[in-house]
Design a protein. Structure first.
Length: 523
């Protein structure tokens, strides 16, 4: 339809051009000039306009963990498959723990033995202390008895010594017999020996007391030391038992969070080395979009910035979200910064690794006056648009365009009226069906006439004048441009296609209807 309209318009414009270049009939002179130029128009609108930047991104799980065991051993069982949803704490796989359990049983027996030894030494401690005390008391009693014996021996010795000394003097004076003196001397020697024996016994008793006291002093610490040794041995055995229990627990691989199994890396019977991956779990009920932001676009991306992203993996379905954070340092080896967008993922449709296209708004101007981008052109004076206005009142005859299948005729103007010529010509209002439409004659100060196509012909052609209007350009998108000019307001008609010959004051024929069913008119 659009092509046929343009073809009809071109034919009409050509006919008008031929008419304009010919001699006028009916007593009027033909008017010479450039033919009208066919143009498309649009109306300026008041609306919001924004510019956007498109960035590359990739979906990543909000959490992802490759699970393994610090223990080594054969894989006893794997309880999940890829794609299966799992819960936090759920058992996913198990390594063979039979060797560890045997070691644990042995260690638990050692724990029991050390516990018994500690109990025995603890019970023996008060017995040892009591025995040491009794030994000291007994030694003290022996010292006391020996001291008493020494005192008795000392008294007997002193008595025998006195008798001996007295009898010796009396013997010299002849007052006692020799036999009495011998008896006194024998008693003296005997008591002296008894005193020496008693003193030795007392000395030995003192030595025994000191030994008992020393043994008693050391017995308690020695026993306490034995208790401490037994307690340490028990603690070490218990720690080893707990270590084995921990190692047994580490043979069970459990999910650290709610998620989906994304990889099953080992099967039952395979040998797993320490920290060898067995299962990978991803949390994808919420995902991140990792976006690479060049430093030039960094001013437009910050925490809270709304974004829209699409992915071809899901038929370019659109998602709305917001930037959660932006890394403070660029990605290594680049001048791009990683921004993270957190988005809910019901149904787990978004999968890790999907490539996405992220759209971020750069600038936004509300209630701007915008025109199609093709309406703006540059000249040495800056940015401009063409607006259209009614032609000024002509001084001579004007040519009308013929309808479909018709020709064109020139009319000479008579004061206050119009004349037309040509087959089937009538007034400047309507052309005969199948004939040539007449060219409306433009009178003197009476008005302008325009030829209209007959029934089934092209729509009426409006001839207008193009005017250059300087404008200031604001935001631009792929299709729209924001402009500012007192001469361009919402509803102003602007030319969107510019023939090479178009210039200020050119006569133009509008080929596309303006919004609202009207062709472009004066504004």
């Amino acid at each position: 339809m659009r092509r046929s309209q343009r073809a009809l318009l071109a034919a009409a414009v050509l006919a008008m051009a031929v008419t304009a270049c010919g001699k006028g009939g009916g007593g009027g002179a033909g008017q010479k000039g450039p033919p009208p130029l066919a143009v498309d128009v649009a109306q300026a609108q008041r609306r919001d306009i924004a510019t956007y930047v498109t960035l590359d991104g990739q979906i990543a799980p909000v959490q992802e963990s490759t699970l393994s065991s610090p223990q080594s051993g054969n894989v006893a069982a794997v309880y999940v498959n890829e794609g299966q949803h799992v819960s936090r704490g759920q058992l996913l796989a198990k390594l063979d723990d039979s060797t560890l359990r045997a070691s644990l049983a042995q260690q638990e027996a050692i724990v029991q033995t050390n516990s018994a030894q500690l109990g025995s030494s603890t019970l023996q401690a008060p017995v040892t202390a009591a025995n040491a005390s009794n030994t000291i008391v007994s030694a003290q009693q022996q010292v006391a008895a020996a001291h008493n014996n020494t005192a008795s021996a000392q008294a007997a010795y002193q008595s025998a010594l006195s008798t001996y000394n007295a009898d010796r003097q009396l013997l010299a004076q002849g007052y006692v017999a020799q036999t009495q003196f011998d008896q006194a001397r024998a008693q003296y020697v005997q008591t002296q020996q008894a005193l020496n024996t008693a003193r030795e016994s007392e000395r030995q008793a003192q030595v025994a007391l000191r030994a008992a006291q020393s043994q008693g002093t050391n017995a308690v610490p020695i026993q306490q030391q034995a208790i401490a040794v037994n307690r340490g041995q028990l603690a070490a055995a218990q720690a080893q038992a707990r270590l084995l229990q921990t190692q047994i627990a580490q043979t069970a691989i459990v999910s650290p969070f709610d998620g989906v199994v994304t990889q099953r890396l080992l099967d039952p019977g395979a040998f797993a080395s320490p920290n060898q991956p067995v299962v990978r779990v991803s949390q994808i009920d919420t995902v991140y979009v990792n976006v690479n932001v060049p430093d030039d676009d960094l001013p437009y991306v910050h925490s809270g910035t709304p974004v829209t992203f699409t992915t071809s993996s899901l038929g370019n379905r659109s998602y709305n979200a917001a930037v959660m954070d932006v890394n403070a340092t660029p990605t290594q080896g680049t001048l791009s910064y990683r921004a993270r967008v957190r988005v809910a993922n019901p149904g787990d449709r978004l999968r890790g690794g999907m490539l996405v296209s992220v759209t971020v708004r750069k600038e936004y101007h509300p209630n701007a006056i915008v025109v199609p981008r093709t309406a703006v052109f540059q000249s040495e004076n800056g940015s401009n648009v063409f607006t259209v206005a009614n032609l000024p009142a002509p001084q001579g005859g004007a040519a009308g365009a013929g309808g479909q299948g018709g020709g064109a005729a020139a009319g000479g103007g008579a004061p206050g009226g119009g004349a037309a010529s040509g087959p089937g010509a009538r007034s400047g209002k309507r052309g005969g069906a199948g004939g040539a439409s007449a060219a409306g004659g433009a009178g003197g100060p009476g008005g302008a006439g325009g030829g209209a196509g007959g029934p089934g012909g092209a729509p009426p052609i409006k001839l207008m004048q193009a005017n250059v209007v300087p404008v200031q350009v604001g935001l631009q998108t792929d299709t729209l441009t924001e402009i500012r000019s007192p001469q361009v307001q919402p509803g102003t008609t602007v030319i969107t296609t510019r023939p090479d010959a178009l210039q200020d004051k050119s006569v133009v024929a509008i080929s596309n209807p303006a919004p609202g069913g009207r062709r472009g008119g004066a504004q």
